[in-house]
Ligand binder design. Structure first.
Ligand code: NAD
Ligand code: IPM
Ligand code: MN
Length: 365
């Protein structure tokens, strides 16, 4: 399997190094041979190549089975227009690879339950998956303009039926493997794009009579996420709503640093933690790598189609948390010794391998 690593900016290089470390340690135990390549993206690529997505980076990604991105975004480039910022490198990459369904799972880790900003009784049992449409809506809609002369600016929110259909099918398909419940989130009381979204999702649902469908407005969904998150199974939504709701869902687990993502449906699968480049903690070696490491588990599941390897890493993460290992963001203000980014990667790798060895001795018996 050929995997291209795009470390990017801020804590991106720190968390991607941690994730690579875990993949390198685990893959051989499952007969998976990984060939790594690396390339520049984001602010790092602007500094070196004057382009947030150099042609060479895109070429390497297109020639891979999967891409792992750390994070992009650098305060140094904050005054640039959106069209040339570090973040544009990521958006161009997503468009080029073609993955339109971004899966962002968020669940309560029993060991971390007291790190959640929610009361234990509210958060307990939460296990949801956001399916975010990734290539449409306001992010990519044309025309768009910042007209300084007339002091106006606009973006275009645009969706076609086929764009909604293809992501809706993925949401219903994954719901079948879960609790068989899809909540489609829109703003159909105000937006035409949302009316199209709702009609299309309802039509797709006819082919999935075994999956329950409900519709929620995005403002109400934001409310339900903090008052009763365990009511959700799969949340299907458009690009910008999914961006916002996934940060909200992420932090319920205790930290934005915990959440992983997989982008599927295109020519090459793209894996990224949900968090950004976190300039406030970059370079200190304290970033939480678990979102990036859990993205590796998703890579093993979706791209390598190796459920056992994915489970080993997820078990490694759970064990590390159960044993009380924490990075500072999830330490909850206690005085327990916190680990650095790379120490956390070592602990997870070690306990993922425990899981491998236990499985091996079980088979031997
Ligand atoms: P952010 O996600 O970088 O950080 C928000 C807060 O969460 C910060 O306090 C940060 O320290 C904390 N945090 C995030 N990840 C963490 C981790 N792994 N461990 C511990 N703490 C963590 O969001 P922001 O500050 O709004 O954005 C910073 C930059 O990142 C911006 O340039 C933004 O565009 C970019 N961004 C990139 C991505 C991506 O590359 N996928 C995602 C979101 C934001
Ligand atoms: C995310 C990020 C990106 C997005 C930015 C950096 C372009 O916030 O992956 O959630 O908005 O999609
Ligand atoms: Mn985001």
């Amino acid at each position: 399997m050929k995997v291209t690593i795009l470390p990017g900016d801020g804590i991106g290089p720190e968390v991607s190094e941690a994730a690579v470390r875990v993949l390198t340690d685990i893959a051989p135990h499952f007969g998976i041979e990984v060939e790594f390549d690396q390339a520049d993206i984001g602010g790092a690529a602007i500094s070196r190549h004057d382009d947030p997505l150099p042609a060479e980076t895109l070429e390497k990604c297109i020639g891979s089975d999967a891409v792992l991105l750390g994070a992009v975004g650098d305060p140094q480039f904050e005054s640039l227009p959106p069209s040339v910022r570090p973040e544009k490198g990521l958006l161009r990459l997503r468009a080029a690879l073609g993955g339109f369904a971004n899966l962002r799972p968020s669940s309560a880790f029993p060991a971390l339950i007291d790190s959640s900003p929610l009361k234990r009784s509210v958060f307990e049992g939460t296990d949801l998956l956001i399916v975010r449409e990734l290539l449409g809506g306001l992010y990519f809609g044309e025309p768009r303009e910042f007209d300084r002369e007339n002091a106006t600016a606009f973006n275009t929110m645009r969706y076609s039926t086929s764009e909604v259909e293809r992501v809706a099918k993925i949401a219903f398909d994954v719901a079948r493997l879960r609790k068989k419940r899809v909540t489609s989130v829109d703003k159909a009381n105000v937006l035409e794009t949302s009316q199209l979204w709702r009609e299309t999702v309802t039509r797709v649902s006819v082919d999935y009579p075994d999956v329950e469908l409900e519709h929620l407005y995005v403002d109400a969904c934001a409310m339900h996420l903090v008052t009763n998150p365990s009511r959700f199974d799969v949340i299907l939504t458009e690009n910008l709503f999914g961006d916002i709701l996934s940060d909200e869902a992420a932090v319920l687990t205790g930290s934005l640093g915990m959440l992983a993502s997989a982008t599927i449906g295109g020519s090459v699968d793209l894996y990224e933690p949900v968090h950004g480049s976190a300039p406030d903690i970059a370079g200190k070696g304290i970033a939480n790598p678990l979102g990036a490491i859990a993205s590796i588990a998703m890579l093993l599941r979706h791209t390598a189609r190796n459920e056992a390897a994915a489970n080993a890493i997820e078990t490694g993460i759970e064990r590390a948390l159960e044993l009380g290992f924490r990075t500072s963001d999830i330490a909850g203000g206690t005085d327990i010794k916190t680990l650095s980014t790379s120490e956390m990667a070592s602990v997870v790798a070690e306990h993922s391998l425990d899981a491998v060895h236990i499985a091996a001795s079980y088979h031997a018996v």
